[in-house]
Design a protein around this ligand. Sequence first.
Ligand code: NDP
Ligand code: BG6
Length: 513
Amino acid sequence: MDDAQLYQPVRGDFCEEGIAGPCGLVIFGASGDLVSRKLLPALFALRARGLIPPDFYLLGFARSPFADESFRANVREDLRACCPQADSAAVADFVAACYYLQGDYARTADYAALRGRLTELDSRHRTRGHHLFYLATPPHLFGQVVRSLHQAGLITSPSDPAWTRVLVEKPFGRDLASATALDQALRQVLDESQIYRIDHYLAKDTVQNLLVFRFANAVFEPLWNRRFIDHVQITVAESIGIEERVGYFEQAGLLRDMFQNHLLQVLAMVAMEPPLSFEADKVRDERVRLFQAIRRLSPEDLDRCFVRGQYTAGEIDGRPVLGYRQEAGVAPDSRRETFVAARLFIDNWRWYGVPFYLRTGKRLPRRVSEVAIVFRQVPYSVFAPLTSAELRPNVLVMNVQPEEGVSLSLQIKSPGPHLCLATVNMDFTYREVFGHQPPDAYQRLLLDCMLGDQTLFVRHDDMEVTWSLLTPVLEAWEARGEPFPYPAGTWGPPEADRLLAEDGRAWRLAGSL
Ligand code: NDP
Ligand code: BG6
């Protein structure tokens, strides 16, 4: 088999992307940062790949005073910034299908105007009344917008041939009570099959690859348990700080921003049981079961198992950066965490006793997300004088980003007369093998929602169980103590190292395949 054959997808026709049917996409909060940086580039790429049909339009809704033409000028500007090589005819074609309606999220009359505009655009673009509503406003408006859509008669029933789907951005609530209240507000007017709660980490190809790697290769799954795995490390590190999102971050903090969602979802992909099939609810059933098995912590255990940090002034890439409390708009005594590390246990037959160490932080030395599966050491060394403790364990690293790939470390004999050992890596990167990196997660999310596939979206029980796990941590942190300081450009506070050191382990240097 030559290389070209080797990298061909199995059953090529099955691997082809589905093409969305006709629909209109309404984005609430269309004047915002997410829309210009993520959604427009993703929609444009989908259109350029022929995955969004000509029978499509985008209607932006927000309070800012734009008309169709001025909104289109912004769209053009955003596309120029993200895709400087884009073909001008393709840009013109995309922009021509963009419209804008100025409105207030709370005003009934503006939803009546929205209804009128949708009727007109549905007819012009032959979308058969299929509507996708994307909630890209600050989260406190989510409930209000959905209620108003309902009152304006814009939400169809699931059995109606003209479908309604609602994409809900994160964060979904700020604790168990608020998430449950938001969920009730949505589910009063929408069926669960119409709600698409976003966690964009689930839509990263390399996160999905965790399941393919486990369940399409017979050699790993037999080892994927407490008998062979010593521990697991999950790192999601960013070198950026809080950028322009001070107001949001001062309210949220990193446990809510990254841990409750992205890190726990990655953990689920590493540790869940095989689903019966890859139907949305079968996969989501297993994710929820996994979350239910995460050991609940007593108040005394919280401080031993969770560490929070906050960056102080330091250096990233040789550039001085401010500490969190010096950032414009941050309270000088803010206790918001910009780093979280945790040791979690999963109480089931597969994982009992195996620690899962998770960490995430802003202003760490580099942007890297990876999962490291550290296997047990060999039980006995036949290579005296080396002891078994001196033989390095095999480590399987699944690099989620930025250099997407997989690497397995092995011990080999180094050339020469004696039995000297060396560690080598067997690895591949997506860039080398496929010649390009995987598409941005927002393409996947938008396309799947248009296709009606909920596999990569968060279900209500999934969200409830993760919040119920973490709400006690948030309450304990609100009630007492301060985050541990760490200089920007380091891997977090020393207390995060202690979390592993007291188990006789250490963090890997993330990003070193
Ligand atoms: P923005 O803060 O840019 O808000 C989006 C739009 O909502 C604004 O342009 C504004 O439009 C309107 N808006 C802002 N504040 C208020 C307010 N207090 N009352 C009424 N309207 C308001 O948000 P982002 O675009 O950054 O994010 C949108 C959503 O996506 C949020 O839920 C966020 O948590 C989530 N998200 C964002 C990410 C990002 O990288 N930006 C990443 C992951 C999730 P106008 O004034 O014109 O109505
Ligand atoms: C978002 C968080 O959900 O994910 C941001 O709100 C974070 O704080 C971002 O920067 C990271 O996403 P990615 O895909 O760049 O790793």
